[in-house]
Structures are given as structure tokens and as C-alpha cells.
Design a protein around this ligand. Structure first.
Ligand code: MTE
Ligand code: MO
Length: 443
């Protein structure tokens, strides 16, 4: 084919339904090669379907298509718009063999297929400690109590009449990328990094609500947030975070009310802090003069250190980045031009810079950052790359506005050991084989 080298390379999407019983067993046993057979099948299918490059003389170019020579449909039958039927493989997915324990479930966002920085609400990851609940907003109340002069119970209507703000922030579960601590071969970026989403949230600042209730913020340096679901989710938020004005009681997500699975009708938004503190179905705020030491902050979401002690109250999500394409499970089917792209974020501020390596970290090139670049928000990066058909090792490394540089897995293990589950922000490596197959490797 003419100009093949200057045309975009082809990329077969990751097989999206490979998590059959055998695949789950393979993941659990840590096998890194189990995707081969699944990929061979997917590649065979992919080869026959429309890719990025088209052959000369295709009918789709030369002949009028039915959709151009007929009347279109009237307005959509459903008043709420849905994605095209051709996009049905872009979906949240559970990983039953890895994370599902009764109703305590996780669904991961399909990072490999998303653009820009905003997560479509229907693709926002979910983490429920005891399933999600559907609450009638007319029946929902928020109680504010403790060290406040005027304890109050708010209806949703009363809350939504207060002055509100809208802000874009990422939310990442502290357990995101947890499987990598044990060097288990989670095959795609959806499963390695998909407990990560980013939305525009709308709500009232907690600071303003506390002022409304006359909180004693001189002595009351901690806030307890409690959810209304059966998991009894309770988390302590330091008052400094509240005073910064960033913590919100949010009802809006991406221009509409929160989805039930993301906390409808009210959730806490704690920018930069791990997801578990973003209490959903929020029903109570208590001001106190010491940390509350609730089960969800002493038993869970603490880091087991090499000396056997637990690190207390890790809460900020440190700077992290990942290449989302090409990424694990995908396959390059032609040499030539590709855009390496991915996401970077920091719980401490803005992304300052992202470097990308295609040779396992020996050489780095600075990637282009797409705007806007916002604090405690995802930032999209891109780097042009010509694949010459050889083996490659793709990795990204973020530096945030505090100067902190994302560590390698080796550097992180040297400090944290191997028994952690939470707070893994190490550099992620994807290996491109000569066959074009992309897989998850640790260096
Ligand atoms: N009430 C309540 N809040 C909760 C949870 C929960 O189970 N119940 N899960 C927490 C955890 S562990 C995370 S990571 C985030 C996930 O938010 P999402 O489901 O909107 O992605 O919500 C947090 N808030
Ligand atoms: Mo979480």
C-alpha cells in the first residue's frame, strides 16, 4: 500500500470479554501469557473488520450509503440519549475473580477507550462496600451536628438553595492498581488503573455549611462524614481540608444529578484524597476535636509496612500516570505512526510535566499536555511515536506542581515492601512484542 508508513498504524482493541473462568484462574495464578490465545482470536476478527486504514476503491467511499439516501429517524425514541449501538464494548466491567465479595463490589472504568479527561457518567467506576442504594431525594436528610452552635437537618431542597460551585476533579480508589503490589498480571489498563474517574461536580462547599451551623472550627479540627447505605461508611476529614474550600457536598455530576451508584442524591467530594473519603449517600456530618478512628480508616485503607506496622491515615493520592493507549491487551497490527496517550494526575495539585519512554526508562521524551490542566484533576498527555516493528517498553512518568516525581515499582517497594494493597502510584510498563501484542510487565 502506498504511504503505508505515514498513515496511522492499526490498533486492535483489547478483547473485552476475556474474563471467562479460565482467564480468571490464569489471572489469579499470576500467569502473564494467558491473553495470547484470547488475543489471537481477537486479532483474527479484527483483521477482517474496518480499521484505521482503508483499502483503495472501497464501496463505502465510492457508492452512496443508505444513511445518505434515506430519511433519518425522528428524535430518539428514548428521551434520555444513549451511546451508539456500535459502542457497546465501551463499558464498566467487574472483575469477579479479583474483587467481588457478595455485594461489596467494584466496576472499573474502561480507560483504554476514553478521550479527554472527563469520564462519561455511565462509565464512572463504582466501589460499593455493600452494594448501591436508590434514595428518594425528597426523603433524604443531612444532619450537621457535634461542635456546632446550631445543629441542623437539611432537606435536599434546602441544601440546593445554598450558593454552589462546580469543579472538575479526579476520584481514585486507594486500592487502584493494588494487584500490582503482588506482581499479579492484571491484563488491561481497565483493571490495573480503572478505579479512577474524573467529573465536574456541583455542590455547596462544606465550609459554607459549617459556617451556616456555627461550627467551632478553632477546637473542632475534625469532621466525620457518614453514609446512608448499609456499609456504615464513616471517614474523618481534617478541618484544614475543609477550610481550604475544596471539600464539597455535591449533588451534581457532569451537569446532572449524581447517578445512584455514585451517591445520589448527595456525596462528599474531597479533592486529592482517596475515594473512600468521598462518602456517598451522605447523611451526617459531625464536627469533633479529634480523629474519629472509624473502622474504614483503621481496618481498611491503611498501608501495611515492611516492619509489620500499619501506616495511619494515608489520604492524599500521590502523583501518578498511565499510558491508556497502546496498553495491555491491545495489539498493534502495522508498523508506523501511533499516538501514545494517557492520563496523569496528582492529589497535591497540578500536573507539571509527563515524560514518556519507549525503551523501558532508558530514554525519556517530554509529552504534550492537553489543556485544561487543573488542580486535582486528570490531565491528558500525548506523544507521537513511530513503531518500527521491534520490541518496545512503554512507560509514563509524571512530575507534579510540588516537584514530586512518580516512582518506579522498585523504588516504591524499597520503602513500602510488598504486603501493601493500597496507594500504589508506581510507573506502569506496557511491553509491545514484535507481534504487536501489548502486555502488562513489571521491570
Ligand atoms: N456510603 C458509602 N460511601 C462510599 C463507599 C461506600 O461503599 N459507601 N465506597 C467508597 C469507596 S471505597 C470509593 S473508592 C468511592 C467510590 O466512588 P464511586 O463509586 O462513585 O466511584 O466511594 C466511597 N464512598
Ligand atoms: Mo475505595
Amino acid at each position: 500500500m502506498m504511504f503505508a508508513e505515514s498513515r496511522p498504524g492499526r490498533l486492535v482493541r483489547a478483547p473485552e470479554n476475556f474474563l471467562d473462568a479460565e482467564a480468571i484462574r490464569a489471572v489469579q495464578s499470576g500467569r502473564r501469557d494467558f491473553l495470547r490465545s484470547a488475543l489471537a482470536g481477537a486479532a483474527a476478527v479484527g483483521a477482517g473488520t474496518a480499521g484505521a486504514q482503508s483499502a483503495d476503491g472501497e464501496k463505502v467511499i465510492l457508492e452512496p450509503q443508505p444513511h445518505a439516501t434515506s430519511l433519518g429517524k425522528p428524535v430518539a425514541a428514548s428521551p434520555y440519549g444513549m451511546p451508539s449501538k456500535y459502542e457497546s464494548n465501551l463499558a464498566r466491567r467487574e472483575s469477579p475473580g479479583l474483587t467481588r465479595v457478595s455485594a461489596a463490589s467494584v466496576s472499573f472504568s474502561p480507560l483504554q477507550g476514553m478521550f479527554g479527561i472527563i469520564t462519561a457518567s455511565g462509565l464512572h467506576f463504582e466501589r460499593h462496600h455493600q452494594g448501591f442504594v436508590e434514595i428518594d431525594p425528597a426523603e433524604h436528610r443531612l444532619m450537621v451536628m457535634g461542635m456546632v452552635r446550631a445543629p441542623k437537618v437539611y432537606t435536599m431542597e434546602a441544601l440546593m438553595r445554598l450558593p454552589s460551585v462546580s469543579r472538575m476533579h479526579f476520584i481514585e480508589c486507594g486500592a487502584n492498581t493494588g494487584m500490582e503490589w503482588g506482581n499479579v498480571a492484571v491484563p488491561t489498563v481497565q483493571y490495573t488503573h480503572g478505579m479512577l474517574s474524573c467529573s465536574e461536580f456541583t455542590g455547596v462547599r462544606l465550609k459554607d455549611v459549617l459556617a451556616h451551623c456555627g461550627a467551632d472550627i478553632r477546637r473542632g479540627r475534625f469532621v466525620l462524614a457518614e453514609g446512608g447505605d448499609g456499609s456504615g461508611m464513616t471517614r474523618t476529614i481534617p478541618m484544614e481540608l475543609v477550610e481550604s474550600g475544596e471539600v464539597m457536598l455535591a449533588w451534581g455530576m457532569n451537569g446532572e444529578m449524581l447517578r445512584p451508584e455514585n451517591g445520589y442524591p448527595l456525596r462528599l467530594v474531597v479533592p486529592g484524597v482517596q475515594g473512600v473519603s468521598w462518602v456517598k449517600w451522605l447523611r451526617r456530618i459531625e464536627v469533633g476535636d479529634q480523629p474519629f478512628g472509624a473502622k474504614d480508616e483503621v481496618l481498611h485503607y491503611t498501608d501495611l509496612m515492611p516492619d509489620g506496622t500499619h501506616r495511619q491515615y494515608t489520604s492524599i493520592q500521590e502523583a501518578k500516570s498511565v499510558i491508556t493507549s497502546p496498553s495491555g491487551g491491545q495489539r498493534l497490527t502495522a508498523t508506523g505512526y501511533y499516538t501514545i496517550t494517557g492520563l496523569a494526575w496528582s492529589g497535591r495539585g497540578k500536573v507539571a510535566r509527563v515524560d514518556v519512554s519507549v525503551d523501558g526508562g532508558r530514554n525519556w521524551k517530554t509529552a504534550t499536555l492537553q489543556t485544561p490542566i487543573l488542580s486535582k484533576c486528570l490531565t491528558r498527555f500525548t506523544l507521537p511515536w513511530v513503531w518500527n516493528g521491534g520490541e518496545a517498553l512503554l512507560a509514563s512518568r509524571v512530575t507534579d506542581s510540588t516537584g514530586y516525581v512518580q516512582p518506579t515499582m522498585r523504588q516504591l517497594r524499597a520503602v513500602r515492601g510488598t504486603r501493601s494493597i493500597y496507594h500504589n502510584n508506581a510507573i506502569q510498563n506496557w511491553q509491545v512484542a514484535k507481534s504487536g501484542e501489548v502486555s502488562n510487565v513489571q521491570l
